[in-house]
Design a binder for this molecule. Structure first.
Ligand code: ATP
Ligand code: MG
Length: 655
């Protein structure tokens, strides 16, 4: 499983001009400086993070101990005597100095309906709503479930919880009532924040209806705060339900922040559920906030006048970090985008970039693949000259898709930042630095500060110390934003992350390190395909398939085979103008790019692939279908397009 399998010319992309020719140089201004700082962060994490924590955060009570505890017992703590408040760090300290600076640009579903919110206004709104929550009994440590459309009140809800030291648990408002109910029950939430309805892609989402269905079996829920996004009336169950707009009228626009310990939880969040039952992980206030503020500054080269456009939903870890906590802790301006990449047309993203002069643009590979399928003409006519950094995360980005993003969106003058991390890591693990790191398409390049990477042999668990290496991605020492536990299930936390390889945090992803020390994420360890003794990663085969101009999206899986152990099957979704493409040509592409042993035994041409609600391909479902185990497909609650399952079962059965 090495990059040498691929006969792709891995062009080294030098640092683009737009970054180098600016008056404001990047925060880290050379690869040598990155290496020096990185070394310091690993050798002496206490000094490194202690200094940054004082520089980037405002503390109510200073900390004395930077790091204590470790992986053995899962008792990691950062800044343990320190006290602070996250909403104070996001709001007050900027509102005092710069009240009229725009904090949030709300880009509504309909392009002309958005608005801008300044730091003064946001602080007022958060305080008012925090006072509402308080008046209804929300106290420090209570878990509040948030199920909201992408309106500014969603960010206000998060920050109002943080103001009171309450723990928010945001559930993406695309989840069904069953999934929502499970998460409310798992978190024993007594309070829910929601809306009557939502708007997305010109469609209405009946949010309150889903809430009401979920709550039929949640007797513990005492209060539901309902924001009115549309004029439609919805069933209302008093005294449980209260209207946001009625309640805030009663409250003053200041609420003193509840000062919490650095280790008090700021929020819990469920993982995407790509591999099985989602886990509700808990993040600690001080360490989380520090990692995220540092990510924005260094990995995305955030500067004071930047407009940060992260197009995801607040319901995901990326949204927590890069719509709310990262930009606001830095005193920045964040875009809050309510719509989809294709509404009203596939030019929407680029209209938004041009309209608000976005400097950093962040989306997921699934959206880039979709827009690439629509064609570059939707991008070409827009003024994207404000962009400096274009970002992708969440899944491997195949080299060809990376090149498209770089050329068509970045116009070869922006830094492409493919960043790897997990809900559980809380912040970025591997990524290039803009203006610093020469990139290789498909590689997440180097570790972030304080991330001590180890590649482990999957069988022996021994560390592979050679530069060129293939194995399991593990991390040797704690970093500030590592999740502290799985809510109510610390043993599952230990079993999942800390026990599989003693002394390491286990990511469950495969990784390669090439001769230049660049890291390549191979996909989940469980998805590795073993053909006649060759270990192949899903992302390697998928990248080869995507090199064929006909392929829009591909998913590869291993299927039991008597002679080879496993053989490769692939599911391919074709570009619109290539429906007459022959399967042999796709197979040939893999033979050419990797080798005959990797050639898929079967390729199914499909219109769509099973995806999580955050847009990630769920290979485990494809595997169950090809293995004929359709009765035990497992947890489908995180699947965005459940109708695809039966279609694919039929397809596989009849081919
Ligand atoms: P679950 O843990 O519930 O199965 P999930 O792993 O998809 O779901 P997330 O925390 O959202 O939940 O995703 C983290 C995973 O996404 C990583 O472990 C990795 O497999 C993948 N990933 C994220 N970013 C990248 C990236 N830039 N390149 C490659 N893979 C990535
Ligand atoms: Mg995961």
């Amino acid at each position: 499983m090495s990059t040498d399998h691929l006969n792709i010319e891995f062009k080294l992309h030098p640092v683009p001009n737009r970054l180098l020719s600016r008056n404001t140089p990047p925060h880290v201004n050379s690869i040598e400086q990155y290496k020096k700082l990185y070394k310091e962060s690993i050798k002496n994490p206490t000094e490194f993070w202690g200094k940054l924590a004082n520089e980037l955060l405002t503390w109510h009570t200073p900390f004395k101990t930077v790091l204590s505890g470790g992986f053995e017992y899962g008792d990691v703590t950062w800044f343990r005597e320190g006290q602070l408040n996250a909403s104070y760090n996001c709001l007050d300290r900027h509102a005092i100095i710069n009240p009229d600076k725009v904090a949030i640009i709300y880009e509504a579903d309909e392009p002309d309906e958005g608005r801008k919110i300044t730091y003064r206004e946001l602080l007022h709104d958060v305080c008012r709503f925090a006072n509402v929550l308080k008046a209804h009994g929300v106290r420090k440590g209570d878990i509040v479930t948030i199920y909201m459309p992408m309106v500014p009140e969603a960010a206000i809800a998060l920050l109002a919880c943080a103001r009171l030291g309450a723990v928010h648990s945001v559930v993406f408002a695309g989840f069904s009532s069953d999934s929502l109910r499970n998460r409310i029950l798992d978190a024993s939430s007594k309070f829910i924040i929601t809306a009557n309805e939502g708007h997305r892609g010109g469609k209405t989402i009946h949010i309150k209806k889903i809430i009401d269905e979920a709550l039929t079996e949640c007797p513990g829920v005492k209060r539901v705060f309902v924001f009115r996004r549309t004029d439609s009336s919805v069933p209302f169950s008093s005294p449980r339900d209260v209207w946001w707009h009625d309640e805030i009228e009663k409250q003053r626009p200041y609420c003193p922040p509840e000062i919490v310990n650095a280790e008090d939880p700021l929020f819990m969040i469920y993982t995407s559920g790509s591999t099985g039952k989602p886990k509700g992980v808990l993040h600690a206030t001080g360490g989380y906030l520090l990692s995220v503020v540092a990510n924005l500054k260094y990995v995305f080269d955030y500067h004071e006048d930047d407009i940060f456009g992260c197009m995801t939903d607040i319901g995901w870890a990326v949204g927590h970090n890069f719509i709310v906590y990262g930009p606001l802790t830095n005193g920045g301006t964040a875009i809050l985008f309510e719509s989809t990449p294709v509404y009203p047309t596939p030019s929407r993203y680029w209209e938004v970039v041009a309209k608000h002069k976005i400097t950093q643009f962040f989306t997921a590979p699934t959206a880039i693949r979709l827009l690439r399928k629509f064609g570059r003409e939707y991008v070409d006519s827009h003024d994207l000259s404000s962009l400096r950094v274009i970002i992708s995360a969440g899944e491997p980005i195949n080299p060809d898709v990376w090149e498209w993003y770089n050329e068509v969106v970045g116009r070869n003058v922006c830094s492409v930042i493919d960043n790897y991390w997990q809900t559980e890591t809380g912040s970025i693990i591997l990524a290039p630095f803009p203006g610093v790191t020469a990139t290789k398409p498909g590689s997440v390049t180097f570790p972030f500060f304080g991330i001590d990477i180890a590649i482990l042999d999957p069988e022996t668990g021994e560390e592979i110390k050679t530069t060129e290496a293939e194995g399991i991605l593990a991390i040797r020492q704690p970093w500030p934003s590592i999740a502290r536990t799985i809510y109510n299930d610390h043993n599952r936390y230990l079993d999942t992350y800390l026990k599989p390889y003693k002394g390491y945090y286990f990511t469950s992803d495969g990784v390669g390190r090439d001769r230049d020390g660049y890291y390549w994420i191979r996909g989940r360890v469980d998805d590795v395909i073993n053909v006649s003794g060759h270990r192949l990663s899903t992302s390697e085969i998928e990248s080869a398939l995507i090199m064929h101009p006909a392929t829009a999206e591909a998913a590869a899986i291993g299927v039991m085979n008597e002679s080879k152990g496993q053989c490769v099957h692939a599911f391919v979704n074709l570009q619109s103008n290539y429906y007459s493409t022959k399967i042999e040509d796709l197979v040939l592409q893999v033979r050419k790019s990797i080798g005959p042993f990797a050639a898929p035994e079967k390729i199914y041409i499909v219109d769509d692939l099973p995806k999580t609600r955050s847009g990630k391909i769920m290979r485990r479902i494809l595997k169950k279908i090809t293995d004929g185990q359709t009765n035990s497909i497992g947890d489908l609650s995180t699947l965005a397009n459940p109708e695809i399952v039966d279609i694919l079962i039929e397809k596989v059965k009849h081919s």
